[in-house]
Design a protein around this ligand. Structure first.
Ligand code: PPE
Length: 312
């Protein structure tokens, strides 16, 4: 979906290193057992320079993800926040995707981490639309996966842990082999959970629905933002369990995520939902205005790379 474009620097364990030098040994614990946590964050070009959308909230989620797998990140949210802003500045990117990652490094090998240090890195690179330009405009085709979402008593999917993404990988590969752009995963009980890399919303009779956190899904920051924004625009948002039929009978459907932003869905399992509808288009527009710093009401969600100078 996204090719990695080398940028100048990567922040690794407290230092800026050249892109090509940000390497690890094949014996790192995280590689063998998927014992890591990560984030996906976007920085946007705004009238006041580059700004990172809800950076502190993402870094807090990184810490929460680590807590769920009993990992201690040796840098505070504040330290990572400053390093992230500096990273975007150092790489001179007007807009980019940021990928913080923390994983058990080189030390002992064997399932329980022992003396393994927790390695932390922040990288960023330009990343365009997640599900394609056409998908953003016309909507994507999605498929309910035969792979079930990892139940919360297997691994807490509320943790954005690296190992969990094998579950997402299997689902999205299966969808792609069938000619679809994205997979929708269900819980063991058959409720809609989330997509391989996005949360799900449907619109029916003017009301917006999205699955509850009870389904064990990742607590999407875009999902959370959209619920607030939709409410402020006067829409009713209901957070409740949904089943497949709710998707097939939806008037509109869209997916939300940092990478995918607000991506409309035009078909699910070959049931036609149709062109992006008015609610989807209104929310997609509102979101893109907010992240690009064009809506003052939500300016508290933007963390500027260069502190904004106030006129004397
Ligand atoms: N569910 C999953 C499984 C998920 O991976 C994401 C983010 C979301 C929901 C939405 O969360 P949020 O970004 O906080 O709104 N998926 C990331 C892409 C993963 C990838 O590397 O590919 C992302 O959007 O950054």
């Amino acid at each position: 979906m996204a090719e990695l474009h080398a940028t100048e620097k990567i922040w690794m364990n407290g230092e800026f290193v050249d892109w090509a030098d940000a390497t690890v040994h094949v014996g790192v614990h995280g590689l063998h057992y998927g014992s890591g946590v990560f984030e996906g964050i976007r920085a946007y070009e705004t009238p006041k320079g580059p700004a990172v959308f809800r950076l502190t909230d993402h870094l807090q989620r990184l810490h929460d993800s680590a807590r769920l797998i009993r990992m201690k990140i040796p840098y505070s949210v504040d330290e990572l926040q400053r390093a992230s802003l500096e990273l975007v500045a150092v790489n001179k990117l007007p807009s980019c995707y940021l990928r913080p990652i923390a994983f058990y490094g080189y030390g002992s090998l064997g399932v329980p981490p022992r003396d393994n240090p927790v390695c932390v890195a922040l990288m960023c690179w330009p990343w365009g639309t997640y599900l394609g330009e056409e998908g953003m405009v016309r909507g994507v085709r999605a498929k309910v996966s035969t792979w079930v979402r990892m139940p919360s008593n297997v691994i807490p999917h509320a943790s954005k842990a690296t190992g969990i993404y094998l579950n997402s990988m299997l689902a999205v590969q299966e969808a792609a082999l069938g000619g679809y752009e994205e997979a929708i995963l269900l819980t063991e009980k058959g409720y809609i959970a989330d997509c391989s890399g996005e949360n799900v919303f449907v619109v029916k009779d003017g009301v917006i629905y999205t699955p509850s956190l009870e389904t064990g899904i990742l607590h999407g920051i875009t999902r959370n933002s959209l619920i607030e924004v939709a409410g402020s625009l006067g829409y009713e948002v209901r957070v409740e369990n949904l089943v497949r039929a709710d998707l097939y009978l939806a008037d509109e459907m869209f997916m939300t995520g940092t990478a995918a932003e607000v991506t409309p869905v035009r078909e699910v399992d070959d049931y036609l939902i149709g062109d992006p509808g008015p609610v989807t288009l209104a929310l997609q527009h509102a979101y893109l205005e907010i992240v690009q710093g064009r809506d003052e009401r939500w300016s508290h969600w933007l963390e500027y790379v260069t502190p904004v100078r106030t006129e004397a």
